[in-house]
Design a protein. Sequence first.
Lengths: 531, 307
Amino acid sequence: MHMSDIKTPFLVRMELRMMFNQFIRTLRAPSMLVFYGITLGGSFIVASVVSSFLDLAPYFSPMIQYIEDNIEKSAIFSVVGLLTVASALGGYFGLGPSQVLESSDEHIMMTAPVRPHQLFLARYLRRIVRKMMYIIIGVIVISPLLQSAHLFALSLMITIVALIFFLEFNYFVGGFCSILRTKVHAVWKSRAAHLILLPIAAVLYVPAMPEYSSNPIFQFGYPSNMVSIIIMESFGVHSIGAPIAALLVVIFIAFFIGFLALTIVVDYDIYEVFAKGRNEEVEATGGISQRIRGQVDFSKTRFKDPMMWIILKDFWSKMRTPVQFWKYVYVVFGVAFGIYLLLVQPLWMTPIPIPSEFAASLTQAFMLVIVLFTQMTVLPSLLAFVDEKDNIYLLRSSPFRSRDIILAKYLFAVVEVSLTSLPLFLLILYFMRIPGAAYLIFLAAPMLLVFSATGIMVGAYVPVFTNDPKNPPVPLAFSFPTINLAIGGLMVWLILLYGKSLEIIVFLPLLTVFFVILFLALSTRAMESFK
Amino acid sequence: MQDELELIHQMTGPELIRLAEALGVPLTYRHVSRAKIENDLVQALKLHWQTEKGKPVQKLDIPALKISNLHKEFGSKVAVANLDLEVHPGEIVGLVGPNGAGKSTTLRVLTGIIKPTNGQVTVNGYDIRKEPVEAKRRIGYIPERPTCYPSLRVIEYLTFVARIYDVPRINALLRIREFVSRFQLDEFLNSYIGTLSKGNLQRTLLAGIFVREPPFILALDEPIYGLDPRGAWSLKSLLRELRDDGSAILISTHILEVAEALCDRFVIMNHGKVVGTGTIEQLRESNPGATSLEEIFLMLTGGIPEV
């Protein structure tokens, strides 16, 4: 046997070795271990506490009933089918299989006598093992909540396994589309080549369309329909007594075929896509944003405060990225649309009908939605430092006080996050008509202030734990939503306890100010103790 | 390779055990002196080399590296225009040029990272596009900004590279020891690569290249980057040794003093095009008035700035 024949298992072993080393490094680094301990242990405790005073089971059964009464089975097939189409589009315009490559590969593996499919296969297996680990840890951490909802372990496991196979199948579809794009564009350079997406999207969506999804061949032979059936059967929604085990086997076969097929078609083009992606990362400036403001002369600014200089620098650097311009367009149109909905209340878009079974839990549910949506919108605060990449060291060595840097980052993040969250909260206010919503929606304000401070703190701590400031260590990144959800839960709990008394007017602002000052003080401390 | 006895003498205990395993030397004594093991291993190695004697010695094709009419575009930007370049066994060629001249792109194309828009690259006679695995088996590349897998230990990385490049186990153990000593990596062997300094990372990557068996075809992008004077000196003397032993080396660098002291021939690039080529003497002749590579470079890439 030639040596190259045994390279694939060897590569797989090395990938797993790297993962194992990473784990051991985490165990040996006290700071990482403490973070993991606090984050995972803390989440488990929070989940246990929440489940002790909040019995989710009474909400769960009506929810299933509600879904069954209001959402057609075919609609579920259609929506889940759209995920596959979205993956195809994402893969076509994205990196596809080259996502598994990393910067070190460029001169080690990409120049080595190893075939791309061998590298892809080894990397993919590492990715799947790592994902499985995260899922297992995640399930253990939230297990008290799952128990409280009386979710059966078996149903849950089946759902998770089916979802993993399905999402990975979608990943393979995206991978195929990415490879297809490179092949098509090699012979057809025109933009019209993108039209190839239309037949692909059609082929992928037809089996999930209401008109065709009732066909047994499509229903039991197409992954997105199969996963819908498995999940529905597991939770008793629109149950027809379909054999879950058999469907699970079929979806696994689909996953496996997808995996093998993608491994076979992966070729040297993925190196090209990867190299191009890295090039674009370096030169990520958008045409529109360039045109909006060609050149910014900082020497002409009338601001004399370093804090303002940093804010201006961040604002204009962000405006140079293609996403930022469209973000502001979204804010303007989103706010206008939200105001239109609230004022006109059009018949073609009515608020969500809330079933009477949920009457007792409406306020809690509404506040939890605010917590979750606020958390979703505050990501820019975490990126305030992470996006600086290695420039964070330049910033740190500049003649600015750490306090000014932190405040600048915080204020800009708060403004940015407030703006981008506005359309979302207007839509929540319109669609979720519950008593007191107009007051409760303002709970988002203290949450935004605190959650943004958490983001700044976590971002500022990245260079304390690693000398690669653009890649936050997993426990740090994971701690961001965890801390926020815990604080959000605390605020909701306070409102439930003291909502009807005037004390809340004192408690909530005090708590907000306390957390903001605490987190910003910790951020300043982090700035002064970089690795 | 260095004297085997010396190499074996420098080996750590675990390395000796691994070499004994690879050579089939039984280690069955309850107590044994290090000198005895070293002696047994040297004897076993001699036997091993005798059995290997009949095998053909690897030689490089002439030219070892051939770039014909290479053209690379990124969108509308031409990064490299119609480049022709040959590197023969036993020579070091310097690829010099200002930032953005197309040097790194050239090296990335010839190592198979990116494809050329047009043109052909052959490495040891193998077309990098048609027979990439065979071509890549021979070439060694150090990038401009070195990075490596942070979760691997240095020793794991070196054995990994040896395995990927099909280096027989005995040779790999000896070569790893040789280059670990040469690049002073002993104290970092069990360190995670992610914890290494820039210079030590560069040494590790270099050791990873030389763990393979000579003769080499090397494409080095700023190889001196991050090395301290001792490391830089050590690398330069190694490159000269390798050249004298028949390796073909292409070095891309901004440091013209290094290029002038090390390279036999130069290819000067500007805006993706070759603006000068030849030995230092030939370049002096074609650029009257210039005395050093620095002056030739400045004349060919926009003129010598007035002070």
